[in-house]
Design a protein around this ligand. Structure first.
Ligand code: ZN
Length: 371
């Protein structure tokens, strides 16, 4: 119930940062804890904004805006109060709240604290075990990895339970226990010194909360920067987890580097293949160009040896033609050469020319050797 009431957003001047908790909590306790009294407006805001005669347009706007904010908070508070009472009463048997239930108004006039007091007066009996448990809870220290509000709420709840049980935890006990717990969290020497320099009357619970909330906040910021810990007790699990994550990250980096090397090798390989292809294609193009050029100028292309084979099954290693030289196909001789047959005068003179008896004929491919 308290958490729900705290969760209602109300102006700080009204709820002192605790929402509607003041509706439920004892006024003196509220003031002691929050350094100021719960301060709701005396009554609902007027139906219309109060606008002074001769107000400027800006002042009118301002008055209207403020009025609408007042109305919003008042309505929220009314809803909060009614919902809290309804939740509380729904948890009870009808005869329990019959005493409070007005025949005309129902529960509309009942405040949260009325209902709470009523219930506590008649039914709340807190056992010794519960009191002991509560004290044990009260003496549990601070978890410095969490915001100090977790601790202060716990202490206040314990104080409240103790109070309901009739065993008061005094404000000075709250303060001294809290200080002990803060110091035990470790690394708080400076904050402790400055707290001890605070004048004794000012060592109130609200001041304690402010002082130590700041101190723990600073310490947490420092830890974020330095990676050190509270007294060596904090977050060794977290540190281990971070360590594991770093190892994983480094593994991934290493994998990426290795893969990159692989990729690089692949690139080099395919680059080499490309170079080879281009080079063989350039050779082929050159050969084809030579043929084209030869054809276009009416000359026979000079036969280039074809890479990768003497093709002796095609080329005659012992062949010769007076018109075509030393590299001729099987069956191609000075006597069978078509070109020679058209060159009748030379044909008659040289149709028997052959290797070793070239008769001054063509010398193309004189160095060619069949492989
Ligand atoms: Zn020939």
């Amino acid at each position: 119930m308290s958490s729900n009431l705290i969760a209602v957003r109300m102006p700080v001047l009204w709820g002192r940062g605790k929402g509607l908790l003041g509706e439920l909590q004892d006024a003196a306790v509220f003031q002691a804890r929050n350094g100021a009294a719960y301060n709701p407006p005396a009554g609902p805001p007027p139906a219309y904004p109060v606008i002074a005669n001769g107000a400027t347009t800006a002042q009118r706007e301002q008055a209207r805006a403020e009025h609408s904010i007042d109305v919003k908070y008042w309505t929220t508070a009314e809803h909060g109060r009614r919902i809290a009472v309804n939740i509380g009463s729904a948890a009870l048997e009808p005869f329990v709240y019959a005493e409070l239930d007005d025949p005309d108004e129902g529960l509309d006039d009942v405040n949260i604290s009325d209902l709470y007091d009523h219930v506590m007066d008649r039914f709340a009996k807190i056992s010794q075990t519960e009191i002991d448990d509560n004290l044990a809870e009260f003496n549990k220290g601070i978890d410095p990895s969490r915001t100090l509000a977790v601790y202060t709420r716990k202490q206040e709840l314990c104080q409240e339970i103790a109070s309901d049980a009739g065993v008061e935890i005094t404000e000075s006990s709250m303060v001294t226990t809290g200080t002990k717990h803060a110091v035990a969290a470790g690394g708080m020497e400076e904050a402790w010194k400055s707290w001890m320099r605070t004048a004794t009357p000012l060592r109130t619970w609200p001041n304690w909360k402010t002082h130590w909330t700041n101190a723990f906040q600073e310490k947490r910021e420092l830890i974020k920067l330095t990676g050190s810990a509270f007294n060596g007790m904090a977050n060794s699990a977290q540190e281990e987890e971070i360590g594991t994550k770093m190892v994983d990250a480094l593994d991934n980096l290493a994998n990426a580097a290795v893969q990159r090397n692989d990729t690089f090798e692949q690139l080099v390989k395919s680059n080499q293949t490309l170079t080879n292809t281009i080079s063989s294609q350039q050779t082929e193009i050159k050969r084809l160009l030579a043929i084209v050029t030869a054809l276009s100028t009416g000359k026979q292309p000079q036969q280039q040896p074809i890479e990768g084979g003497g093709a002796s099954e095609v080329w005659d290693p012992l062949g010769y033609c007076w018109w075509h030289g030393f590299k001729v196909k099987h069956g191609h001789t000075s006597g069978t050469c078509d070109k020679g047959k058209k060159d009748v005068a030379n044909y008659n003179l040289h149709k028997d020319a052959k290797r070793g008896d070239e008769q001054g004929g063509c010398t193309w491919n004189s160095n060619w050797k069949a492989k």
